[in-house]
Design a protein around this ligand. Structure first.
Ligand code: ADP
Ligand code: MG
Length: 241
């Protein structure tokens, strides 16, 4: 499980996370929503050790990752996969190479093992026929499905998604959400920053609403979407729904 305790993060004098505490239990899908600039990406980046917290603790499977050495940091990064808004694929590698690179390099898989896992994952995201293609030849939706497959190739225990569909043309949103829904059904533990309220409502076990660096509400989706407690959440939902 992931546990965040009284997390603070400042950039210079700008405190962008203020006393954030939350839990993501094994098998949970947590949707993190809130206006732009509220600190959602920074929160995910702290959990994935891409940012260093100013104060507070983050535990991943009972290991305090805020006081971690480099070797353990690599292990934690293997456990916690991340999918970004802008895909971040390796442009000069084929789809297959994108999926096999880190498992061979970091997880010491043989090339053959890595290719076998990659083949299965590409099948799972419906892109077997694109194995030899370069990212530039793919649509946005295909790129994001490759990015998800690449994250899965590391066999993570947790997957963090930062607005995975926000850069996509509308007709490609569904193919990516379908893959994510499938992962959720199979029990993957996921934290998803998203503006897709339909997805949050249908798939999340818990919604976390953030504003200005703070968590204002934590509730099951039914409760959050039908009875938001704060004016800030009501206002936000009126704008996005
Ligand atoms: P969200 O993802 O909810 O839109 P962010 O976490 O990206 O919010 O940003 C929260 C605040 O932190 C914003 O005011 C943003 O400008 C600031 N911020 C984010 N990253 C940095 C950074 N690397 N350096 C300085 N300020 C940053
Ligand atoms: Mg963001």
């Amino acid at each position: 499980m992931i546990k965040v305790e009284q997390l603070h993060k400042s950039f210079g004098t700008n405190e962008v996370l203020k006393d954030i505490s939350l839990e993501i239990k094994k098998g949970d899908v947590v949707a993190i929503i809130g206006p732009s600039g509220s600190g959602k990406s920074t929160l995910l980046r702290c959990i994935n050790l891409l940012e260093t917290p100013t104060q507070g603790n983050i535990f991943i499977d009972d290991q305090n990752v805020t006081t971690i050495n480099n070797r353990n940091m690599i292990k934690i990064r293997e456990k916690v996969g991340m999918v970004f808004q802008h895909f971040h694929l390796f442009p000069h590698k084929t789809v297959l190479e994108n999926l096999t690179y880190a498992p061979v390099k970091v997880k010491n898989k043989t090339k053959q093992e890595a290719v076998q896992i990659a083949d299965e994952l590409l099948k799972r995201v419906g892109l077997s026929e694109k194995a030899e293609a370069y990212p530039s030849r793919l649509s946005g939706g295909q790129k994001q499905r490759v990015a998800i497959a690449r994250a899965l190739a590391m066999e993570p225990d947790y997957l963090l998604f930062d607005e995975p569909t926000s850069a996509l043309d509308p007709e490609m949103v569904k193919e990516v959400l379908d893959v994510m829904m499938d992962l959720a059904k199979q029990g993957m533990t996921m934290a998803v920053v998203t503006h897709e309220m339909g997805f949050a409502r249908m798939v999340a076990d818990k919604v976390i609403f953030m504003d200005k660096g703070q968590i204002l509400e934590v509730a099951p989706p039914e409760e959050f979407f039908s009875h938001p407690k704060t004016d800030r959440a009501k206002d936000f939902l009126e704008k996005v729904l």
